[in-house]
Design a protein around this ligand. Structure first.
Ligand code: CA
Length: 134
């Protein structure tokens, strides 16, 4: 595997234990991480830090994840940042709403960390304009 510059992943997740686990797994795969536990803090961190990717829960205190998604997409600094929604809401209608609000991918809880890491890598590759298969 080629050595790449460290990339920052912002995790917006109000379940603190899950946020910690996500940080642990992402750091293990060489990512720098930052966690926010409500929608408002997450939005502010995203705007200030411009992460390389955002993992976004939907049922969040202060600002709902779908609204966070919409605001991220309407802000010039974060418009291009890939968003992976991670939610317990698994209905097709919610998935469609998430994707319509500008999310790039949608995973439902419970999930496997290996799959999450692989989707994160796929989204980052796509953003860089690299081919998915080499
Ligand atoms: Ca939640």
């Amino acid at each position: 595997m080629a050595i790449e510059p460290e990339r920052l992943i912002l995790i917006i997740e109000d379940e603190v234990d899950l946020a910690k686990l996500l940080e642990f797994h992402l750091q293990h795969h060489g990512f720098e991480t930052l966690a926010a536990h409500d929608g408002m803090t997450g939005l502010n961190e995203a705007i200030q830090r411009t992460p390389d990717l955002i993992i976004l829960d939907l049922m969040l205190p202060k600002i709902h994840g779908l609204e966070v998604c919409r605001l991220l997409r309407s802000s010039p600094g974060t418009r291009q940042v890939p968003i992976l929604v991670l939610s317990a809401l698994h209905t097709t209608a919610t998935k469609i709403r998430g994707l319509d609000m500008g999310a790039d991918d949608y995973m439902t809880k419970p999930f496997e960390f290996a799959e999450l890491i692989s989707r994160v890598n796929a989204l980052l590759r796509r953003r860089q304009g690299e081919p998915l298969l080499r």
